[in-house]
Design a protein around this ligand. Structure first.
Ligand code: UDP
Length: 319
């Protein structure tokens, strides 16, 4: 297949490029590099099945070559209050990537009768009142809160995708991605995993926002990519959760990272939480298990070790 991936230079997008190329597909990545990085795809520059287009998906995507699938992954995704690449610093761009970007990417899929896959998010559930979250839950989102620029953009993107499926018969998929981590997350991305690893490798205290009792469920990126490919190959139009149901508190995550890195500086409590930072999050993945025969198989311990090694090597290379 010839596959167009928006956000192809991003964290998940670049892993997806690698996987699809190794499955012998040809891949075109589109990215404007505001949150992605050319470093994530530089190893692909000699690959004759890979090409890169520097473009903002919020602008019309003029793509006339035939394409079999369009995967829309372009969007800022970090809720950090301070990171320059977080969606709170890029509110309008985030809304445009989710709204206009999805419209333009769907337009390309429609023109070429290609499969369309939308990268949606667990954030469509907001600060959930149902636990764990299954695809039938409609969510608890503040439509004008700080996170709304991301949450509502993705909710609109889902609505638009379903409308193109129902109205124009576009063959669509929607994946709701829960917390994912792994190599290539930007070190200054501001999310818990890269922040904690960065802090631990510098032997400083890990910054716990709030009381650290809020929970998340962290999925290693290779597991996620396996699920995305399985969804692409399925015929499922309705949203499918992908994530690791192993739920832990943020305090437990910090302790695990301190232990693996032998960081003795411990943790420090700070007031970094954004309003409407979800108190708990855990995917119900029974639909993915049933429809795709998919389950994550990389434990947090192993995934963190691989991720920490990536950052260690990166820091060593910069010394
Ligand atoms: N968090 C934290 N310290 C950090 C970064 C994040 O305690 O340095 C907390 C954050 O408040 C949230 C959780 O970790 O409750 C997960 O945050 P992240 O930014 O990774 O993503 P989210 O799941 O909120 O989208």
């Amino acid at each position: 297949m010839r596959i167009l991936i928006t956000g192809g230079a991003g964290f998940i997008g670049s892993h997806l490029c690698d996987r699809l190329l190794s499955d012998d597909h040809s891949v075109v990545a589109i990215d404007n590099l505001i949150t992605g990085s050319s470093n994530n795809i530089s190893h692909l520059s000699e690959n004759k099945n890979f090409s890169f287009i520097y473009h903002n998906v919020a602008d019309y995507i003029n793509f006339s070559d035939p394409v079999d699938a369009v995967m829309h992954f372009a969007s800022p995704a970090s809720p950090s209050q301070t990171a320059p690449t977080g969606y709170l610093q890029l509110p309008i761009q985030t809304l445009k990537a989710g709204a206009l970007g999805t419209l333009n990417a769907l337009g390309v899929a429609k023109k070429h009768a290609a499969v369309f896959l939308l990268a949606s998010t667990s954030e469509v559930y907001g600060d959930p009142l149902e636990h764990p979250q299954s695809e039938t839950y409609w969510g608890n989102v503040d439509p004008i809160g700080p996170r709304s620029v991301y949450d509502e953009a993705k909710r609109f993107a889902e609505a638009l995708t379903m409308a193109y499926q129902r109205t124009h018969g576009v063959d669509t998929r929607i994946v709701r991605i829960f917390n994912t981590y792994g190599p290539r997350m930007a070190m200054d991305d501001g999310r818990a995993v890269p922040n904690f690893i960065h802090q631990a490798l510098r032997e400083t205290s890990l910054t716990i926002y709030g009381d650290g009792k809020q929970t998340r469920s962290f999925c290693y990126v290779d597991d996620l990519v396996n699920g995305i490919v399985a969804l692409l190959e399925s015929r499922e139009h309705h949203p499918v959760n992908l994530g690791n149901p192993h739920e832990i508190t943020i305090m437990e995550l910090a302790d695990a990272i301190n232990k693996i890195t032998n960081n003795t500086a411990g943790t420090v409590f700070t007031d970094g939480r954004t309003r409407s930072d979800p108190q708990q999050r855990q995917p119900d993945i029974s639909r993915a298990e049933e429809l795709l025969r998919w389950q994550p198989c990389i434990s947090l311990q192993v995934g963190l070790q691989k991720t920490i090694k990536f950052y260690k090597d990166k820091l060593a290379a910069h010394k």
